[in-house]
Design a protein around this ligand. Structure first.
Ligand code: SAM
Length: 357
């Protein structure tokens, strides 16, 4: 099956040469007419994948309370805003707002969201009335930010390079026998990968996200000046190694260059790059999601909610708790990192940086 976006990409490659993986991902996800996020309902059981806030309300409730605690620890700044990057259907923020109703002052703070997809903006505005939308992180106001980003960074396009005996070669998308095909460029100098000279050998593939440093620097500058806290939840590891770009359609992995615009494309997040881009801030260690949620009291909350349930609803609730926390499900694959001006201002539940990476 040839998708409309595939035809456009082939024409573009014929005119201007191969695309970097980041350019390819960017068009597949965000093309104004044929991009994955701009054209369909992607989340939830009926969509192509399910994210933590869609698994259970407990996820958003606990994240909301963790950010509220950081706000209290910072003296309850009245000019603060609550922010989410890439909020999907808006479920996480709706759960955060409900759970923090009892934290006087926090519940009234304005909500800002950074979202590029007009379709998703409409769903978010329905879930969180009064939300203020922005196209880019740079457009957020200069105020204390209490910010969450769940599965946002994994949706940002990455470039990829393979180390060879002749130096780095970039992985690119070309057209071979009328098919989109991944190949390697001629050797190119890649200053962004200077720090990877020591820990890679020929054959290794590494990835980097060109948009990440600018986004993190913008957040770090605001937090260093005005205060606030950032919680980033995503799947990935400390340092990138190997090709992690994957395409998912209807809960199934498909080849990355198949059906452009119809499959979700993601890459694992390298948490080291988040930390490197915000050197002025205090940070936590990269903490497994399961450990983080257990420390925030997910099991007590699960028991409380279970009291009102029976039959299939109770079974679904029990399996949602397991799904979010169990090491064999999302508990270990997903990681959390917190950033703030000082260690005392970090949200609770995270490993201290001194103990881990
Ligand atoms: C995988 S979804 C995560 C959804 C949500 N956080 C959740 O947990 O259900 C990625 C979200 O980021 C948005 N997004 C992707 N790239 C973006 C960008 N460059 N700027 C703003 N939003 C972006 C998508 O439209 C979508 O809302």
């Amino acid at each position: 099956m040839t998708t409309p976006l595939e035809r456009l990409l082939k024409a573009q490659i014929a005119m201007a040469g191969p695309l970097t993986m980041a350019d390819f991902m960017s068009q597949c996800l965000m093309h104004p007419d044929h991009g994955y996020y701009t054209q369909q309902t992607v989340f939830g059981a009926a969509g192509d994948f399910i994210t933590a806030p869609e698994v259970s309300q407990m996820f958003g409730e606990l994240i909301g309370l963790a950010l509220a605690q950081s706000w209290v620890a910072q003296g309850r700044p009245a000019d603060a805003i609550v922010v989410e990057l890439g909020p999907g259907r808006g479920t996480l923020m709706a759960d955060m707002r409900r759970a923090t109703q009892s934290v006087a002052g926090f519940a009234e703070l304005p909500v800002h969201m950074v979202e590029t997809s007009p379709q998703l903006r409409a769903l978010q505005a329905a879930a969180v009335p009064g939300v203020v939308h922005h196209d880019r992180v740079e457009d957020l106001p200069d105020r204390p930010l209490f910010l969450v980003a769940n599965e946002f960074f994994d949706a940002l396009p990455v470039r990829q390079a393979e180390r060879t005996p002749e130096g780095w070669r970039e992985r690119q998308i070309a057209v071979v026998q009328d098919s989109l095909t991944i190949g390697l460029s001629n050797p190119v100098p890649l200053p962004d990968l200077a720090h990877r000279a020591a820990d890679t050998t020929p054959g290794d593939v590494v990835e980097w996200c060109p948009a990440l440093p600018g986004i993190m620097a913008g957040l770090a500058q605001r937090i260093a000046t005005h205060g606030g806290a950032v919680l980033i939840v995503d799947y990935g590891n400390w340092r990138s190694l190997g090709d992690t770009v994957q395409a998912m359609r209807s809960h199934t992995y498909v080849p990355v260059t198949d059906t452009p615009g119809l499959a979700d494309l993601t890459a694992h997040v390298a948490f080291e790059d988040i930390a490197r881009a915000a050197p002025a801030l205090a940070r936590s260690a990269m903490t497994p999601q399961g450990v983080f949620l257990e420390r925030l009291g997910i099991t007590q909350r699960a028991r409380q909610l279970a009291r009102g349930l029976s039959g299939a609803a109770l079974d679904a609730h029990i399996s949602a708790h397991r799904r979010l926390t169990h090491p064999a499900e999302m508990g270990n694959l997903f990681k959390v990192i917190g950033l703030a001006k000082t260690p005392n201002a970090l949200p609770p539940g995270l490993d201290p940086a001194a103990k881990g990476i």
